[in-house]
Design a protein around this ligand. Structure first.
Ligand code: AMP
Ligand code: MG
Length: 332
């Protein structure tokens, strides 16, 4: 598309290597992704990083070609700086630095969690939504306040997606477990008792994991376990989202993260929000899971607000917290 300037976004925080090209009006012109799928067990960071290194040259080419964009049309190169797995982040950051140097373009650091929120915000047209971010490694309820995105509640142990994946693998399945559990849950009939752990606006999942495996050892069916785990874990997420809405006097919610693909979670949160007179938005699947387009879009927002980083200072931050990153584009 001749004449459109784009930001190129690089995502590589965990299992997915992805390159997105987005215009300053948030149109996604190109998106090319490749997911590392371990044959056995969960994600091995080094193996995932090797996968990303191999994929990136082809992904950059595919994204540019499918969009009809030339390097000269790229205004800036954005990359996910954190949080995520160190080796994976490093693979993406290296590619971003290389492109920025080769094309002589500014480099823009982006926080992965905030990128999920921003792609939902622009897609929804909502001005100031709260986000329930439910992904593999992250589970947070986030809202903007005074210059930053604030984490109102979060998991105290593992991310919801990692919990679902781990449970499914322990029950004999393969990664990713979330979608498989969703399918299995459809034939569940009995709600089994599981720990329901909500502390204020925080949640914890490891107790459910232990209890579900104990039920399995005692002969409970996979279908009933899947059904009960979904009911319990998604109720917990719905409860903390409602509490955050009430405290922050918000009435709009966006969902983000791979677990936001789950129909049951969507229905539960939507029902809760609509009963309060509000609205919920969930981005299309390709923008819900980890993707380079959300990094590119957040890259535009940050770049226009003057955020860039020198290559020498562009280190990754595997533990970067949502609430430690300034969001100057939100300051009016
Ligand atoms: P992300 O880290 O945001 O890319 O999301 C990946 C996580 O989403 C993995 O843990 C998957 O198991 C999970 N996931 C993907 N689809 C679904 C689904 N339909 N239901 C529940 N979890 C899902
Ligand atoms: Mg994510």
């Amino acid at each position: 598309m001749v004449g459109s300037m784009v930001v190129l976004g690089i995502e590589s925080t965990a299992h997915t290597a992805s390159v997105g090209l987005v215009t300053e009006k948030a149109e996604v012109l190109g998106l090319a992704s490749d997911m590392y799928r371990p044959i056995k067990g969960g994600i091995h960071p080094r193996e995932a990083a090797n996968h990303h290194v191999e994929c990136f040259p082809g992904l950059v080419e595919r994204a540019l070609e499918s969009a009809g964009v030339r390097p000269a049309d790229v205004e800036a190169v954005a990359f996910a700086q954190g949080p995520g797995l160190g080796p994976c982040l490093r693979a993406g950051a290296t590619v971003a630095r290389m492109l920025a140097l080769a094309w002589d373009r500014p480099l823009v650091p982006v926080n992965h969690c905030i990128a999920h929120l921003e792609i939902g915000r622009v897609g929804s047209g909502m001005d100031d939504p709260l986000m329930l971010y439910a992904s593999g490694g992250n589970t947070q309820v986030v809202a903007y306040g005074r210059g930053r995105y604030r984490v109102l509640g979060e998991t105290l142990d593992i991310g919801i997606g990692n919990f679902l994946d781990k449970l499914w693998i322990e029950l004999g399945g393969t990664f990713p477990g979330g979608p498989a559990l969703e399918a299995e849950a459809k034939s569940g009939t009995t709600l089994l008792p599981l720990p329901y752990t909500v502390h204020g606006m925080d949640v914890a999942f490891s107790g459910i994991l232990t209890a579900a495996l104990a039920l399995s050892a005692r002969g409970a069916s996979r279908a009933d376990i899947a059904y009960s785990v979904e009911a319990t874990a998604y109720s917990m997420l719905t409860e903390i989202t409602e509490r955050a809405l009430a405290h922050r006097r918000r009435d709009t919610v966006v969902l983000g993260g791979g677990v936001a693909c789950n129909e049951r979670l969507r229905t539960m949160v939507r029902t809760m929000v609509e009963e309060r007179g509000g609205t919920m938005y969930v981005p299309p699947r390709s923008l819900c899971v980890d993707n380079g387009a959300m990094i590119a879009w957040n890259g535009w927002l940050a770049f226009r607000a003057g955020v860039t980083v020198a290559v020498e200072a562009s280190g990754i931050d595997p533990r970067q917290r949502t609430d430690l990153v300034a969001a100057p584009w939100r300051v009016v």
